[in-house]
Design a protein around this ligand. Sequence first.
Ligand code: GLN
Length: 310
Amino acid sequence: MQAIIDDIAEQMMAVEDKGGVAGYIPQLAKVNPNQFAMSVALPTGEIFNAGCVDTHFSIQSISKVFTLTIALGKLGENIWHRVGREPSGDPFNSIVQLEHELGKPRNPFINAGAIAVVDAIMQGHQPKEVLAEILQFIRYVADDESIAIDEKVARSEQETGSRNASLAHFMASFGHFENPVDEVLGTYFHHCSIAMTTKQLARAGLFLANDGRYPSNNYKVISSQRAKRINAMMLMCGHYDGSGEFAFRVGLPGKSGVGGGILAIAPGKASIAVWSPGLDTIGNSKLGTMALELLASKTGWSVFGKSEGA
Ligand code: GLN
């Protein structure tokens, strides 16, 4: 495994067009695109690392996997009254479907859906309390108390978040919101601004690769059925209107973020975190996707079968 990912990291550093960093969040626009990191965590506790695996990056929409997990824990199946579970086929920040579908977002991973999930988990609590709960959950599954929010990124998002504010107010106009829109938005911007390394993120995803169990002590984080369903959501919706392409090329449940990270789950086998800040036109990490495509092909981990021949 170490040889495989060392080789992938080397190949990635040689790629000339590394994509473009997320320009619409000024703090993310400053990140040097010439970086790559990959960590592969196994349920045995082993972890394999290549590239700048100790560098913190903004996990952005990858945090939506953890807020969905928390929402399922709090609301159970009722969360599906607030968000659907179908791919949107539209960009992550699109507003067009919301009008036709009366303010109910297609899935929890597009921005509108993740904002609705935050509203659902707030349940009248203050943003600070809800953020503490989200952080506590991520620190717990990553087994790392040092994970924190990058306040500069959160502020940067808040200052330029007109589109997300539009999505939230539009949903609220259908009478769906239970908490003040600005508090929901502030909570959303802050959970997107959690900073992690690929080492931490790969560990944090292990419960999804391990039937919902925390690998070191086999403690149940969520039921195996829930883990299976979150993985299904990641496969269908985790890369927005690039989800079909990601399934075609990589074949693993995955969740991307505009910070350039991707968390991919090989059920029963591994949790993989990859980071490279340059994005493709859809907003998914360009090298991250290429690296996962290579890894899935070399390991045969695609959920759809092996990769022999052309
Ligand atoms: N915080 C980002 C936003 O709301 C998340 C988008 C993403 O990572 N795709 O625009």
